[in-house]
Design a protein around this ligand. Structure first.
Ligand code: NAI
Ligand code: MG
Length: 324
């Protein structure tokens, strides 16, 4: 039995998590779910966006399934990733509708603990300053993860993304750490690009990318761009992984523009649950859910509007569950 902390959060977070649990329940695996609160609504109710109980539950569970927070995202999800020391954020950008978007398939390996996301901001007389933290330790650790991932999954190339021409010391250190670690993996091809150029190459040459390793902020931005390449944010899952914890969540936020309408695409969260199954050692089930999900999306009948159908979030999930 697996103890899973479930944090639906705000807006569509609640809807896509409910749908994902419906899918997980169709598997022959014993999950013990404990629900916990966090996010905007939780803050309004309790005064805290991430209550201690929620944090403690997340720490002691076998894995965490997270939906989305709203305006409190920095205090909830960014803090959770840091407190759980999940130093890697894996964000696969894979086209599930190759007829529509081509065979795009690359992995973004995002550093998850430092960069501008340490949230060290302060006011000055003229305005405000935010500090960006890049350490040799975290840069080498994330590079090593990216190379190991490439090796284990049969990918041939790892691309580092940075802005070392302007941020010579911080991003320069990130790039140098990447090439230092690369020496351990002579069989893997390497290159590096500035983040601005990468933003263009992802559109002009998306098939050239296999594994991207980058710092926290660039990884955040490029993964939403990646979502745009393959049909939108409803499709991109993520896994936050550390030595002792795993936290799984869609890349998207609480989507107030569509919240409450029951039309959010649950695919990103279902795929995040597949990454959770892999993490728990249930890879056979992960592949099964993935396959059914892809078949359902390609069939295009019982799917949400962003996928060309008119099913609700929950109807799509129930259809997937019935096929499993
Ligand atoms: P968002 O990811 O919530 O939405 C961006 C756009 O994508 C919207 O048009 C939305 O309708 C669409 N979209 C997102 N998920 C979808 C899905 N599953 N199916 C169909 N369409 C989907 O980002 P936005 O609008 O910038 O932020 C909204 C709120 O979410 C903000 O309060 C923000 O702070 C928070 N946020 C939280 C995150 C988290 O908890 N991990 C991540 C990103 C934003
Ligand atoms: Mg983001």
């Amino acid at each position: 039995m697996y103890n899973i902390a479930v944090i639906p959060g705000d807006g569509i977070g609640k809807e896509v998590v409910k749908a994902t649990i419906t899918v997980l329940d169709s598997l022959d695996i014993d999950f013990n779910y404990t629900y916990a609160e966090a996010g905007d609504e939780c803050k309004e109710k309790t005064g805290e966006a991430l209550p201690n109980d929620t944090l403690e539950l997340a720490k002691k569970s076998d894995a965490v399934l997270f939906g989305a927070a709203g305006e409190t995202a920095a205090d909830v999800i960014v803090r959770l990733r840091r407190e759980l020391n999940t130093f890697v954020n894996l964000r696969p950008v894979k086209s599930l509708q190759p007829d529509k978007y081509g065979n795009i398939d690359f992995m973004i390996v995002r550093e998850n603990t430092e960069d501008l996301y340490i949230g060290d901001e302060y006011e000055t007389e003229e305005g405000a300053i935010a500090r960006k933290k890049i350490t040799r330790f975290a840069s080498e650790r994330i590079s090593d993860y990216a190379f190991k991932y490439a090796k284990d999954t049969g990918r041939k190339k790892v691309t580092a993304v940075h802005k070392a021409n302007v941020l010579k010391l911080s991003d320069g250190l990130f790039r140098d750490s990447f090439y230092k670690i690369a020496e351990k993996y002579p069989e893997i091809e390497t290159n590096d690009f500035y983040v601005d150029a990468t933003a263009m190459y992802l559109i002009t040459n998306p098939l050239d990318f296999e594994v991207i390793v980058t710092t926290n902020l660039y990884g955040d931005i490029l993964s939403d761009e990646g979502a745009g390449l393959v049909g939108g944010l409803g499709m991109i899952p993520s896994a936050n992984i550390g030595d002792d914890n795993g936290l799984f969540e869609p890349v998207h936020g609480s989507a107030p523009d569509i919240a409450g309408q029951g039309i959010a695409d649950p695919a990103a969260t279902i795929l995040s649950a597949c990454m959770m199954l892999d993490y728990l050692g249930e890879s056979e089930s992960a592949r099964k859910v993935e396959k059914v999900l892809i078949d359902v999306i390609q069939e295009g009948k019982e799917v949400t509007p962003d996928l060309g159908g008119n099913a609700s979030t929950q109807e799509m999930a129930e259809y997937i569950a019935s096929k499993i």
